[in-house]
Design a protein around this ligand. Structure first.
Ligand code: KG4
Ligand code: ZN
Length: 343
């Protein structure tokens, strides 16, 4: 699958403008990310119009930097890919429109790609074949257990009924007075805390139910803080809270993954999405897979959170299958994978 052309990928589904150049199947020549997290922090979440404007300012300089950092000429590019969904429409539109213009100017193929597929394939970056496996995708917008039979062949076995795991981390972090995005902060502060200090609920415990629900946990933490307002003010109190919250979220993710792997009848697990950077989840999943004799694929932490290298890798597989997207292809803000509503 190696080729003599390079792929330029652009990711702008949320609050990060990311650009990558990849030599198929898996040599990342450059992967740049311009984060707007600080700008959105004062609103406590991502504001689509602010994201859109920032993407517009960032995308062209970032592409130029990626080309010059990797010392390549645009004529070395064989395809331009962009995230087309799911995501915030005003944000997606910027990256996709830029990519289309770039592809048209160079007379090379354009590919509209699914962000979730980018995450799903990220633990395999560089692989020529994607083996059948059970994927736990945990990000700020999604939490789903997916049976992956190969590229493009996905069946969702379970997903969140309310908040995504990353969203639960972020909302609880906000209750704790931690800055956005709070998942990373909770993970960092949990390092010195006792995960058993407080017992928070882990919803939908039934074995056969592979869906998730995190809103009850959030409510339970809110009530707990109303009763114990002093706790987060001490550093040990905060550490114990963070460790206990992380324990509750990670515990349910691990248990449901175990049940899903058994239901799917595979012996291979992959973890992806921003929450896959969480240390307790990585360690817990590693232990689980070792105990059960399952193979585990973890993305490098920088490939777990949003990036364009994972999108370029998804492009490798679609290009190899002979796919191209029409320039007229619209963005698909609601585009899901594996639940029968393919965009
Ligand atoms: O995949 P991602 O970068 O963006 C989406 O597609 O949503 O995921 C972002 C999410 C945020 O909710 C962030 O708080 C969470 O991933 N996250 C973490 C960690 N690093 C990022 N959550 C827990 N622990 C982490 N270390
Ligand atoms: Zn993402």
């Amino acid at each position: 699958m190696s080729s003599d052309f390079l792929i330029l990928a652009i990711e702008s589904s949320c609050d990060e403008t990311a650009v990558a150049i990849l030599h198929p199947p898996g040599t990342i020549l450059c992967s740049l990310i311009a984060s707007q997290a600080e700008e959105h922090a004062r609103f406590g979440g991502v504001v689509p119009e602010v994201a859109s404007r920032n993407h517009l300012l960032a995308v062209d300089p970032l592409v130029r930097k990626a080309l010059s950092d990797s010392g390549i000429d645009p004529s070395d590019l064989g395809a331009v890919a962009a995230t087309s969904g799911p995501g915030l429409a005003p944000a997606l539109l910027v990256g996709a429109s830029y990519a289309k213009g770039f592809a048209m100017a160079l007379g090379i193929p354009y590919l509209a790609l699914n962000h979730l597929e980018g995450h799903l394939l990220s633990p395999f970056l560089g692989a020529e074949e994607i083996p059948p496996h059970l994927a736990l995708l945990v990000s700020g917008g999604h939490t789903q257990l997916t049976l992956v039979r190969g590229v493009g062949d996905y069946t969702v076995l379970g997903r969140t009924l309310d908040d995504a795991a990353g969203e639960a981390f972020d909302k609880i972090a906000k209750l704790l007075g931690l800055p956005y995005p709070g998942g990373i902060e909770i993970d960092r502060l949990a390092a010195t805390g006792n995960p058993k200090a407080h017992e928070f609920p882990q919803a939908l415990p039934e074995r056969e139910n592979l869906d998730f629900s995190f809103s009850g946990l959030k409510t339970s933490v809110r009530y707990f803080l109303e009763k114990n307002p002093e706790l987060p003010k001490s550093s040990q109190g905060m550490a114990d809270l963070c460790a206990s919250v992380r324990h509750a979220i990670v515990g349910v993710l691990l248990r449901k993954t175990e049940h899903a792997v058994e239901a799917a009848g595979v012996k291979r697990v992959a973890l992806s999405g921003g929450v896959a950077a969480n240390r307790a989840l990585r360690e817990g999943m590693t232990r689980l897979c070792q105990t059960r004799g399952w193979a585990l694929h973890l993305p490098a932490p920088e490939l777990a959170t949003d990036n364009a290298a994972m999108m370029a890798f998804a492009a490798v597989h679609h290009l190899a299958a002979g796919e191209r997207s029409p320039i007229a292809r619209e963005i698909s803000p609601q585009w899901q994978v594996g639940i029968g509503k393919e965009g």
